[in-house]
Each structure stands twice: as structure tokens, then as C-alpha cells.
Design a protein around this ligand. Structure first.
Ligand code: HEM
Length: 450
């Protein structure tokens, strides 16, 4: 892939001969991308073996790449090749006119009016989940949030109950993500068509996830019912030009993409939020005070959300520090100028919410957890694209409002009923796979609130 010649104005982050920064990219990825932004300034290059990756460190350069020059970039070949077994040609991986058409088709369930109708499911499933936790019980909050968001996305977008399968689906997803991750950071690439043990493990995992998705498609086709959800919409969608329906494979690719993107990210956001709250008692107390005074013991509704501003500030601050999509890349398909920097065709750029969210120019004392950074006034003062947990431009996350509403409601529902405290002696670190997961479980003790 790209061994593009970059202009000398772009500083290169020091690395080893031949390998460049590959070892750090594998084992200390978050530290590496943060150090690049600290040491190189606005823009810097790293070498991953023979590949050169340009890291953008200012909101202006990020805006220029994601918005103004969106058409000069595509997703990277890595994502398309290694993401394909799992995501196929769905919304995350497709390009150009096809992507535009599919995005239009998939958009309706994510419009404001429609997502408001999902609020009741989000609250009712959160209530049911917490009712199963005994007072004093120890739970793994990362696992519980994964189960909850999977359950919610299954019901809201596919009108299906997938809670019973959550464990198996979660394991299959982990296998697929590990494989994708190791391909991204290795020098020798093993084609997916080869029957190696690693490939067989991925095939089995994808087969498990496929079974669930194809089952949902088949049931819906058989019933012929229009339930007004995403799945019905995908099955009913017709091509504007030739009037053809989507094939089962295309419906599967879109459904799989939304199923995965729609729960894994939000689950991680929620797990990190509880983790932060358990360590910041003042913010935790203020959260409880807000939900108690606004809700007075009843479950929250969509209409309550504007009256729970501090709850949302906490969520936003948590995804600043632990952005579930901590980095995403693009390939320049033609020469492009970002700010004062000319990048040749073939350049790979990396946009990292994790690093830009730690830039002290935008977020002073960046490691400090401080929900006050997201009062409406403070948020307005932030430069555009300095806070990018959902990306930006035409490929901005289609589920951003869905995710924020879900996080907001889950926090408010659970904070009213239970209090979490961290079990001592755990070594919890973020593990940057495709998303920013905790490196294992996060054990919490549940105390029931009066
Ligand atoms: C906290 C939760 C979430 C975060 C942090 C997040 C983050 C992101 C980011 C950064 C991107 C852009 C990637 C890029 O430009 O390469 C993206 C795209 C996407 N997200 Fe999300 N996401 C979240 C929740 C969701 C939800 C709930 C759904 C669906 C139910 C979803 C579906 C998608 C899809 C389909 C795309 C691809 C959009 C396109 O390329 O047109 N995400 N997400």
C-alpha cells in the first residue's frame, strides 16, 4: 500500500528502522497517537511498516478533510478488505453513489420523530435489566451494558428479541473484531480465502452472527408484515432507476452493520460512563439529585430529556475521554490540500477523536473528567470539529441522535434505581480494537437506592 512521499513540512514521528511505529501501534496505540499530536503539532506522520499514515491534530484540518474535501477521500482498503467478511458492502464500508443511495434508504428510522418513539423501549428494557440485579450483587457493567444495548437495537430496529442470544453474539463479535484488529497492524496479511485456523474462527463467528440476521430477514419475508421498522423498510426499498428490491445479501449487509454499529459503541460509552462516575462522587451525586428531583421516582420519558441536562453533560464528557470510535482513517484518492499541507494521492490520514479530545487548546487539563465542559454555553465556544465522537461530514454517524438519546435515558433510568461502586483491585484500561472497549470486565457492586 502507500509509501507516498509527503512534503517536508509534515513532521515524521520518530520510529524504528523498517518497522517505524508499528510495534507501538500494536501495543500502545492510544499513547502513540496522543504523543504524535503532542510532539508534531498540527499534523504528523507515522510509519507502520511500509505504510505511512498522516495524523490530523487540529479541528480545522479535520473539518477540511471530513467536510470540505470529503469527496477527495474514501474509506481505506484495509477497512474494505478486512471489514468485508463481517460488514459486507453496508453503510460503513460502501462508497460513492451506492453509499449515497443506501444512506438515503436507511435514514428514515434515524429521524428525530422516529427515534423519539424508541424511548419507551429504551427505558423499559433498562428497568427490566436492573430489576434482575440483587442488592449487594456484583455485576460486570461492561457485559450488562452490552446486553442492554443489543436488546434495545434488536427491538427498535428489527422488532426482534435477541437478549437470549446476547452472550453468543457478543463472543462472535469479539472474535471478528480481534481478527480485524490484528490484520490492521500486521506486516504479513493472510487472505481471508485461505483456510487457516484464524480464518476458520472468523468464518464461524461471522456465521453465528449471520444466522441471527438471516433468521430475522427470513421471518419477516415469510410474514410479509410491514412493522414500520428498519427491517421492513430495507425489504420494501426499491431502486429508483430499475425498481428492483435489495437482495437478501444487501439487506444482510445493511442490517449487520446497523446491528453491530448500533450496540457495541453505545455499550462502551455507557460502561465508561459508569466507570468514571464511580470515581467521581461529586458528579455522581449531582446526577442522582437531578434525576430524583425531575423524575421523583417515575421512569423517564422522551419529554423529560430537556430537563435532565446534567445527565447529558456527563455522557458527552465520558465520550470525550473514552470515544468509542477512537480513530478512523481515509485514503486520498487524488492530490488534496488540507490547510497549508499538500497531500499526494494515496495518502492515508487518521482522524482520532481520542487524540483531538485531549488537545489542551480545546479542552484545558484534558485528562480531568469535567461535565461542565458541556454546558450549552461551553459547548458553543468549542471550535467545530474539536469534539468529534460521531465523526463529521457526509459520513457522520447515522445513529448519533439515537445513541445520545439512548445513553441519556439509560443513565437516567438506572441512576434512579441503583448506585454502582467499583470493586477494588481491578486494573481497567481501554483496549483499542475497532472500538474502545475496556480490556476485560468492570466489576461493580450494586446498591439499591431507596
Ligand atoms: C456512542 C455511540 C456511537 C459512536 C461513538 C459512533 C461513532 C461513529 C463514528 C465516529 C462514525 C464515522 C466513522 C467514519 O467516518 O469513518 C460512525 C458511523 C456510523 N455509525 Fe455510529 N456511533 C455510535 C452509535 C451508532 C448507532 C446507535 C448506530 C445505529 C443504530 C450507528 C451506526 C453508524 C453507521 C451505519 C455509520 C456509517 C455511516 C456512513 O458511513 O454513512 N452508530 N459512527
Amino acid at each position: 500500500m502507500s509509501t507516498t512521499t509527503l512534503p517536508p513540512t509534515i513532521p515524521v514521528f520518530p520510529g524504528l528502522p523498517l518497522l517505524g511505529n508499528l510495534l507501538d501501534f500494536r501495543s500502545k496505540r492510544l499513547e502513540l497517537i496522543t504523543r504524535v499530536s503532542q510532539r508534531c503539532g498540527d499534523i504528523g506522520a507515522i510509519h507502520l511498516g511500509s505504510r505511512t499514515v498522516v495524523v490530523l491534530n487540529t479541528s480545522e484540518l479535520i473539518q477540511s478533510a471530513l467536510v470540505e474535501h470529503a469527496a477527495d477521500f474514501e474509506k481505506t482498503p484495509n477497512l474494505r478488505i478486512y471489514g468485508r467478511p463481517l460488514l459486507g458492502n453496508g453503510l460503513l464500508t460502501s462508497e460513492n453513489e451506492f453509499h449515497k443511495r443506501q444512506r438515503k434508504l436507511v435514514a428514515p428510522p434515524f429521524q428525530h420523530r422516529r427515534i423519539a418513539s424508541y424511548a419507551d423501549v429504551m427505558v423499559s428494557y433498562s428497568e427490566q435489566l436492573q430489576q434482575a440485579w440483587a442488592a449487594g450483587a456484583t455485576i460486570d457493567i461492561a457485559r450488562e451494558m452490552m446486553r442492554l444495548t443489543l436488546w434495545i437495537v434488536g427491538r427498535t430496529l428489527f422488532d426482534a428479541d435477541v437478549l437470549g442470544e446476547a452472550e453468543e453474539l457478543g463472543k462472535a463479535l469479539t472474535v471478528a473484531m480481534h481478527r480485524f484488529n490484528s490484520e490492521m497492524s500486521s506486516i504479513v496479511h493472510i487472505p481471508y480465502a485461505w483456510h487457516t485456523p484464524a480464518n476458520e474462527r472468523v468464518r464461524k463467528a461471522v456465521g453465528r452472527l449471520d444466522a441471527t440476521i438471516y433468521h430475522m430477514i427470513e421471518q419477516r419475508r415469510r410474514s410479509g408484515e410491514d412493522r414500520g421498522d428498519l427491517l421492513s423498510m430495507l425489504l420494501a426499498a426499491r431502486d429508483e432507476d430499475d425498481g428492483s428490491f435489495m437482495t437478501d445479501k444487501q439487506v444482510r449487509d445493511e442490517a449487520m452493520t446497523l446491528f453491530l454499529a448500533g450496540h457495541e459503541t453505545t455499550a462502551n460509552a455507557l460502561a465508561w460512563t459508569w466507570y468514571l462516575l464511580a470515581q467521581h462522587s461529586a458528579a455522581y451525586t449531582r446526577l442522582c439529585d437531578e434525576v430524583d428531583s425531575v423524575l421523583g421516582g417515575r421512569p423517564p420519558t422522551f419529554a423529560d430529556l430537556p430537563n435532565l441536562p446534567y445527565t447529558l453533560q456527563i455522557l458527552k464528557e465520558s465520550i470525550r475521554l473514552y470515544p468509542p470510535a477512537y480513530g478512523f482513517a481515509r485514503l486520498a484518492i487524488r492530490p488534496v490540500t488540507l490547510g497549508n499541507y499538500q497531500l499526494p494521492a494515496g495518502t492515508i490520514i487518521l482522524v482520532s477523536p481520542y487524540a483531538i479530545h485531549r488537545n489542551p487548546d480545546y479542552f484545558p487539563d484534558p485528562e480531568r473528567f469535567d461535565p461542565a465542559r458541556f454546558t450549552p454555553e461551553a459547548e458553543q465556544r468549542l471550535p467545530r470539529h474539536a469534539y468529534i465522537p460521531f465523526g463529521g461530514g457526509p459520513r457522520i454517524c447515522i445513529g448519533n441522535h439515537f445513541a445520545l438519546m439512548e445513553g441519556h435515558l439509560v443513565l437516567a433510568t438506572l441512576a434512579q434505581r441503583v448506585c454502582f461502586s467499583l470493586l477494588p483491585g481491578q486494573h481497567i484500561e481501554p483496549e483499542p480494537l475497532i472500538t474502545l472497549r475496556p480490556n476485560g470486565s468492570i466489576k461493580m457492586k450494586v446498591t439499591r437506592r431507596a
